[in-house]
Design a protein around this ligand. Structure first.
Ligand code: KIV
Length: 251
């Protein structure tokens, strides 16, 4: 059974998807051993690993470098990878970029925005595609921030139409980022493929988070919608400080 058939079956059986991001071997292995449903090598890489201010400058080569590390750590979960900004502007470019991700170990690729032609060509070539609507981080500079989507009727209508278009083009799932909760619920009920929410409330068919946000590893930046499950930055720094103290005082 391919990823899409599995995801649709899970949705029919009301099984929610729990997805997380990874960018390296140990994190991927820990997530996989914990039973996560899918691991995404997201272009959040730029912000949470490379120290950039947004996802815009992440390159295909950088995603591939991290994807290969993640792939080595995963035995069970499907591994998806983001197509970075400017790597899928035409259907042909999307296919060339997605093929490089698949050759590097991706079971699926994710792209942002209402681009049914890109999705259809990838699917025709046997590549599983995850759509991404709502707040699109690759547009953050144009939009001047991370703003909630679907507040006006026009925006809601356009989002519903785009979601249906992406499903019809062949997407296996749809990430909804910072979308009004009721609208995310409405889209979820209208689609056969699962919606995976991030900052879009509890009515989606699953949730995805950036793993360092979930683990409280970046106390200097936490999106408003993230409820960290732990605060790993504190024991992390405590261990480092202990090492420094022991080393300097000779134990
Ligand atoms: O880049 C990323 O990590 C993502 C998810 C958080 C949805 O796109």
């Amino acid at each position: 059974m391919n990823i899409k058939e599995n995801l649709i079956l899970a949705k029919k059986s009301r099984l929610r998807q729990a997805w997380l991001t990874a960018y390296d071997y140990p994190t991927a292995r820990l997530l996989d051993d914990s039973g996560i449903d899918l691991i995404l090598v997201g272009d959040s890489l730029g912000m949470v690993v490379l120290g950039q201010k947004d996802t815009i400058d992440v390159t295909l080569d950088e995603i591939i470098h991290h994807l290969k590390a993640v792939r080595r750590g995963v035995k069970h979960a499907p591994v998806a990878a983001d197509l970075p900004f400017h790597t899928y502007e035409t259907p042909d470019q999307a296919l060339a970029s997605a093929r490089r991700l698949v050759e590097s170990g991706a079971d699926a690729v994710k792209l942002e925005g209402p681009l049914p032609d890109q999705v259809a060509l990838l699917v025709l070539n046997g590549i599983e595609v995850i759509g991404h609507l709502g707040m699109l981080p690759q547009n953050v500079r144009d939009e001047g921030g991370y703003h909630r989507k679907g507040k006006t009727e026009a925006e809601a209508t356009a989002l519903i139409a785009a979601a249906l278009e992406l499903q019809n083009a062949g997407c296996c799932a749809l990430v909804l980022e910072i979308v009004e909760e009721a609208l995310a619920g409405q889209i979820s009920r209208q689609l056969d493929i699962p919606t995976i929410g991030i900052g879009s409330g509890s009515q989606c068919d699953g949730q995805i988070l950036v793993t360092p946000d979930l683990l409280g590893l970046q106390p200097w930046f936490r999106p408003a919608f993230v409820k960290s499950k732990t605060d790993l930055a504190t024991p992390f720094q405590a261990a480092i400080k202990e090492f420094i103290r022991e080393t300097k005082t000779g134990y």
